[in-house]
Design a binder for this molecule. Structure first.
Ligand SMILES: Nc1ncnc2c1ncn2[C@@H]1O[C@H](COP(=O)(O)OP(=O)(O)O)[C@@H](O)[C@H]1O
Ligand SMILES: [Mg+2]
Length: 228
């Protein structure tokens, strides 16, 4: 069953003097519970594509359907609500709020939902336990290693129980050991928690964890490598 359908999507950015089209007439289907890796040279449109899939940005033409909802047709406030409910996003630079503890960072997405304090606390505790950080709940980001900060960011991405998680070079800032741990964790999101995961990476080792690798070049899919 497909969870994500990208149909003839083009994205053009207009600036004062020029036009850039990082995604050009792209089609892609991602199955429910699938772990897909996007690879490609710098500037090939990987981040732009993730933004379109996650409803952070809207296509210039074409459609993006996620779990039957037409993300490309939503207005800004519909998109914001949909993202809170349906999407988790993990960044290369973790993007944690420096003055908030691990607990408070993970709690942020829940503040947009109608939950009691008790329900929020239970969900945050579950998410931090899932990433193995139950003993770092009250630490600030600067008191955590890069790998631990990325695990807090993953907890934040899953705390609202989204159907799909996007990760943009999540191991790009990590050493080998922390990267391997992060990849194990992301793989578990798919295997144990049934999440669908789309991840951009440059790291061939990280890509091995995926079910399927999609190669992007100049805004188009150039080939697909099926894992045996
Ligand atoms: N908001 C934007 N405005 C203008 N150009 C952009 C914007 N976002 C991305 N681009 C351009 O689109 C191209 C693809 O960028 P990106 O998707 O970030 O590539 P990748 O993640 O594969 O390195 C680049 O040429 C980049 O400069
Ligand atoms: Mg990028």
């Amino acid at each position: 069953m497909s969870l994500i359908q990208v149909q003839g999507v083009t994205k053009t950015f207009h600036s004062l003097s020029e036009e850039v089209t990082p995604i050009r007439d792209l089609d892609l289907v991602v199955g429910k519970g699938e772990f897909v890796v996007l690879m490609g040279p710098s500037g090939s449109g990987k981040t732009t594509l993730l933004h379109l899939l996650a409803g952070i940005d809207r296509p210039t033409s074409g459609r993006v359907l996620v779990a039957g909802e037409d993300v490309s047709a939503m207005n800004a406030s519909q998109l914001a609500r949909w993202r809170t409910r349906a999407v988790g996003y993990v960044f290369q630079q973790y993007n944690l709020i420096p003055v908030l503890t691990a607990f408070e960072n993970v709690e942020v997405p829940l503040l947009l939902l109608r939950l009691s304090r008790r329900e929020r606390e239970a969900k945050v505790a579950t998410a931090l336990a899932a990433v193995g950080l139950s003993d770092r709940v009250h630490h600030l980001p600067r008191q955590l290693s890069g790998g631990q900060q990325q695990r807090v960011a993953i907890a934040r991405a899953i705390v609202a129980d989204p159907v799909v998680v996007f990760a943009d070079e999540p191991t790009g800032n990590l050493d080998r050991t922390a990267a391997a741990l992060t990849m194990q964790l992301l793989r578990r999101l798919v295997d144990e928690f049934g999440k669908t995961l789309v991840m951009v990476t440059h790291d061939p080792v990280a890509a091995q964890a995926a079910d399927r690798v999609v190669h992007l070049d100049k805004g188009q899919i150039v080939d697909e490598v099926l894992d045996a």
